[in-house]
Design a protein. Structure first.
Length: 305
């Protein structure tokens, strides 16, 4: 089954070229199916790129999904056309009266600021609190994961001496969980961050389960009991060339960024990066939609609480 997307969203044509089945709203209205409602709070600077990355993974499911994009009134993106935001995004204060089966909150390039110093902290905090009673299951990615852990559990982030940058092996600590169905004992995950959360801070909270971690990269997936929330410190959603673009963007500009680990063959940035995480990324997102959203969310979406 396809994803149901707003008419003329740029990702539609991009994904059709990859033979991914997506459907615009006009066509979907002719089908009589109760689709799952997924809302995405996209805080990344390159909105269209992130939209496409997320939709690509969400499309790998037999279920029909309605995708909504949320924005904050307290933040104006600098790298996305105003027309795009006006056409495809709705403010939180207009969506906050609705219920959703699932939500994704992305990372943001503000991780080296204290949470309270982020210009939109008050509004994003309100979104995260709202999600607990209006969304059945929420994925927090990278900075959003750190922000959610801080807001809900008082777990703070800590600066790294050097950016955690590259593709790092992760170990499944709870392999019997449905989120890891089909996973190997070890899987790869991209990381691109300047801060971390500590293992001991996570396991101190009885409501949280540390379910995956890496020897070098530390905690990578944390689950709130029952799967209502997943906190992902890395970027399973990254496209093959995202780290390459970040590396070349920062080369010679920042002195705390090195060559991405386990990425270029022979550590040669002139070679095409080796992709080692996409299969597990697709599994993770499909398992989330199937086992923690579709099979658990009430059919009457207004009963979510």
């Amino acid at each position: 089954m396809p994803l149901r997307l707003p008419d003329r969203l740029p990702a539609i044509e991009l994904l059709k070229k990859e033979n991914i089945f997506v459907m615009d709203t006009s066509r979907a209205h002719r089908q009589d199916i109760r689709p799952l409602r997924i809302v995405i709070l996209n805080l990344m600077p390159l909105k269209i790129t992130t939209e496409t990355d997320l939709i690509r993974l969400l499309s790998n499911t037999p279920l029909q999904l309605d995708i909504y994009f949320m924005k904050l009134r307290s933040h104006t993106p600098k790298n996305t056309p105003v027309e795009h935001m006006m056409m495809f995004y709705r403010d939180f204060d207009t969506l906050c009266h609705e219920k959703f089966d699932g939500m994704i909150i992305t990372g943001a390039p503000v991780e080296q600021l204290n949470f309270e110093d982020v210009s939109y902290w008050q509004e994003v905090s309100a979104v995260m609190k709202w999600a607990r009673t209006n969304v059945f299951s929420t994925l927090f990615i990278c900075w959003a994961a750190q922000a959610g852990l801080y807001l809900h559990y008082g777990i703070n982030k800590h600066p790294l001496g050097k950016k955690m940058f590259g593709i790092f092996p992760q170990h499944t600590l709870k392999p019997d969980l449905p989120i890891f169905r089909g996973f190997d004992d070890v899987f790869m995950m991209p990381h691109s961050r300047h801060t971390e959360v500590k293992r001991e801070d996570i396991i101190a909270h009885p409501q949280l389960q540390l379910i995956a971690e890496g020897e070098q990269s530390g905690p990578s997936i944390i689950m709130r009991a029952g799967g209502r929330e997943f906190y992902i410190t890395g970027h399973l959603e990254y496209a093959p060339l995202t780290l390459d673009q970040e590396y070349k963007r920062d080369l010679g500009v920042r002195d705390d960024v090195g060559l991405p680990v386990n990425y270029y063959p022979d550590d040669d940035p002139k070679q095409r990066p080796r992709v080692t995480w996409r299969a597990h990324a697709n599994l993770f997102w499909s398992n989330w939609i199937n086992y923690y959203v579709y099979q658990e969310t009430p059919f009457d979406i207004n009963k979510i609480k």
